[in-house]
Design a protein around this ligand. Sequence first.
Ligand code: 13P
Ligand code: SF4
Length: 357
Amino acid sequence: MSTLDSRDRTRMSVEAIYEDLKAKLGDISPDFELRVKAELACEINQLKVQRNAVILGHNYMEPALFHSVPDFVGDSLDLSRKAALTDRDVIVFCGVKFMAETAKILNPTRTVLIPSLKAGCSLAESITAADVRALKKRFPGVPVVTYVNTYADVKAESDICCTSGNAVAVVESLGTDTVIFLPDEYLAGNIARQTGKHIIFPSRLPSGKIAADTTVDYQMIGWHGRCEVHERFTVDDIRRVRAQYPDVIILAHPECSPEVTAASDFSGSTNAMIRYVEQTKAPHYLLLTECSMGDNVAAANPDKEMLRLCTVRCPHMNQITLEMTRDALLHMQYVTEVPEKIRVRAYRAVERMLKIG
Ligand code: 13P
Ligand code: SF4
């Protein structure tokens, strides 16, 4: 899914943006707030032209931002491709730090800005480059697949990256019996089930070395990283929603536990979930993912009834606001850099993934 292209947006007046936001978000936001947001969006769209910038917005951006300023919205895979291809001088990444880093890895001559330095990710924090080196030492010769939700130095230690949109294809592309799949424990569990692999989770000893029981048969070696948002959904949530809405279709992101994805009707990346809602007709849908996306999907599909479990908002994605996006363009902040030695190695892993399609 992509928004209007930036030339169309930059010609829009505050009034036109306000009317557009009101049509999409009038049910969830009061008029005065939408007016303030329309003014900010108009300012951002003008600054974007002055800076020759492109704005990329992840599907988890708050609804007013999502529907007003990005040139492109999408999932991690989609936005990596857009970042790689843009010829604009500046890329503003309305997402989290690992996404901005991936944009810099792929398109190093552009200036990449992230509107907040606090936009991290619990998965990216869960593993270090030293951990990956210790795993490679413990399991020599086994290829390392790393989720893009990691920092550049971790990507640099990997053979290939993946996103939730292509993880099965990436694992199968290796053609090996065994893979190291990092760092999301639940994504790994879901991919192991889909590819028929048996998974183990070795532990890190206080020395930094990796312990694992080699007497156990395994084909996939995982890590105990988790998304602090998706780990909160439970099978009991699903049971209770189905009790009240027997005809609900439940879609779960693969960062949810394997038990939760098994109890759902569909599991896929944020883009795959959006496509599923667009292409089907059910009385109710429930998305088990970051809660802003439910509002964004509801606004884009007014004929569909979306249920919400909206206590779950990613605190990192939540850092990115229209005000901070305006300030990013105004002050050219915060510039994302990746040391060239790391970038070159990380590039190989990301580029190899992009070639898989
Ligand atoms: P995708 O958009 O790639 O499905 O990823 C979801 C996510 O949690 C990113 O942080
Ligand atoms: Fe990271 Fe989870 Fe937030 Fe995505 S939703 S940025 S995986 S903490």
